[in-house]
Design a protein around this ligand. Structure first.
Ligand code: DP6
Length: 328
C-alpha cells in the first residue's frame, strides 16, 4: 500500500470546547467555533506495511513511544477496523511551529493523521467522516478539517458530532497575533482538563449559555461585525478560565504577562483599535484583529514585558492531501 501525506493547520477557538459528555468518543458538552491558522502546519505521512510488528511514530525526527504512540494507534485501529486490514503503520509527522512556543499541535496533528491514515488504508471518506475521525484523536482536531471559519456541532452521537465550514478563509481578513509567554512549568494538558470541567460549579452555567454565545459568534462572523465578535470571544474565554480556576483541582493557566496582554487588548479596543483576546489551556494570549491592524498590534505586543515572541497567522484553508511524501 502506498504512503500518503496530508497537511492540516491548527485553529484558535472563538467559542471554546471544554468538557466532554463522552470522554471515549470525545463528544463535547457544547458546540464550538474557530478559525484555522494559516502558515502553521502539521504534515503527516502514513504507510501501512505488512513487515511492521507494531505501529511506529516519528515526530520532528524523534521516535515517539508510550502514551503519544498509543493515542495515534487508537486512531489507526479505527481506520484498520473500517478498512478491514491488519497491517501496522509507519507515521512520520512534522510541525513547522517553533518548538517550545506553546502552540498546541494536537488539532493539526490529528486532522492530518485522519486524512493520511484513512487514504493510506484505501478508504475514501467525506469531509464529515474525516472530521469525526479526527475528533476521536483530539476534539479540536475536528475543527481543523474544514476550511476557514468552522463550527463543530456538539451533536447527539458519534455520527452527528462533526465540524463544518461556516465561511471560507477569504470571507473576512482577520488575523491572530499570538503573544508567546513562556510558562514557568508544565501545565495540565487539555485532555486531563476536560475531565475536570464538571467539578466546577460554574460549568453548568457556561454550558447552559453556550447556544447563545454560539449564535452571537456565528452571526458576528457572517456579518463581519468585529465589535460583536470581540465581546463574545472575550466573554467565552473568560468563562472557560473561570471554570478552569474553580475546578478541583484548580487550573490556573494565566501568567502575569497573560493578564497584561488581555488588559492591553481591552485598552486598545477602548481607544478605537479593533482587537480582542482569547486564551487556551496555556499562558499564550491570542489577539484577534483585522489584518490591517496586525502589524501595529504585533509591534505593541512585543513591547509588553514577558512576551517573548509574536507569531501572526491569517485565516487558513482546510486539511488536504499533498503530492510529496515526507519519507522520501
Ligand atoms: C482550551 O482538543 O486539545 O483549546 O480532545 O483532549 O485533545 P483533547 O483536547 P483539545 O482541547 C482544546 C481545548 C481548548 C479550547 C478549544 O480549542 O476549543
Amino acid at each position: 500500500m502506498s504512503a500518503i501525506t496530508a497537511q492540516a493547520l491548527p485553529n484558535i477557538a472563538f467559542i471554546k470546547y471544554w468538557g466532554n459528555r463522552d470522554e471515549k468518543l470525545r463528544l463535547p458538552v457544547n458546540g464550538s467555533i474557530s478559525m484555522n491558522l494559516d502558515g502553521l502546519f502539521t504534515r503527516t505521512t502514513v504507510s501501512f506495511q505488512p513487515s511492521l510488528p507494531f505501529d511506529e511514530l516519528v515526530i520532528n525526527g524523534h521516535d515517539v513511544a508510550g502514551p503519544g504512540l498509543d493515542r495515534v494507534s487508537a486512531i489507526l485501529d479505527l481506520v484498520r477496523g473500517m478498512a478491514k486490514i491488519e497491517e501496522r503503520a509507519e507515521v512520520v509527522s512534522e510541525n513547522n511551529f517553533p518548538s517550545g512556543a506553546g502552540i498546541a499541535s494536537s488539532a493539526s496533528a490529528f486532522a492530518a493523521l485522519a486524512l493520511a491514515a484513512s487514504k493510506a488504508a484505501g478508504l475514501e471518506l467525506s469531509e464529515r467522516e474525516f472530521s469525526r475521525l479526527a475528533r476521536r484523536g483530539s476534539g479540536s482536531a475536528a475543527r481543523s478539517v474544514p476550511a476557514g471559519f468552522v463550527e463543530w456541532q456538539a451533536g447527539t452521537s458519534d455520527e452527528d458530532s462533526f465540524a463544518f465550514s461556516i465561511a471560507p478563509p477569504e470571507h473576512w481578513a482577520l488575523m491572530d497575533c499570538i503573544a508567546v509567554i513562556s510558562a514557568a512549568h508544565k501545565k495540565t494538558g487539555s485532555t486531563e482538563g476536560h475531565a475536570l470541567a464538571g467539578t466546577s460549579p460554574l460549568q453548568a452555567a457556561r454550558v447552559g449559555d453556550a447556544p447563545r454565545r454560539l449564535d452571537i459568534c456565528r452571526r458576528a462572523i457572517l456579518e463581519r461585525d468585529f465589535e460583536a465578535l470581540a465581546s463574545v470571544v472575550e466573554l467565552d474565554s473568560d468563562m472557560m478560565h473561570a471554570v478552569m480556576m474553580t475546578s478541583s483541582p484548580a487550573l490556573h493557566y494565566w501568567q502575569s504577562a497573560s493578564l497584561a496582554v488581555m488588559q492591553a487588548a481591552r485598552q486598545w479596543r477602548g481607544d478605537g483599535i479593533p482587537a480582542c483576546y482569547t486564551v487556551d489551556a496555556g499562558a499564550n494570549v491570542h489577539v484577534i484583529c483585522p489584518e490591517k491592524e496586525a502589524k501595529e498590534i504585533a509591534t505593541r505586543l512585543r513591547l509588553i514585558q514577558g512576551v517573548t515572541d509574536v507569531l501572526t497567522a491569517r485565516v487558513g484553508g482546510p486539511a488536504k492531501f499533498l503530492e510529496e511524501n515526507l519519507g522520501d
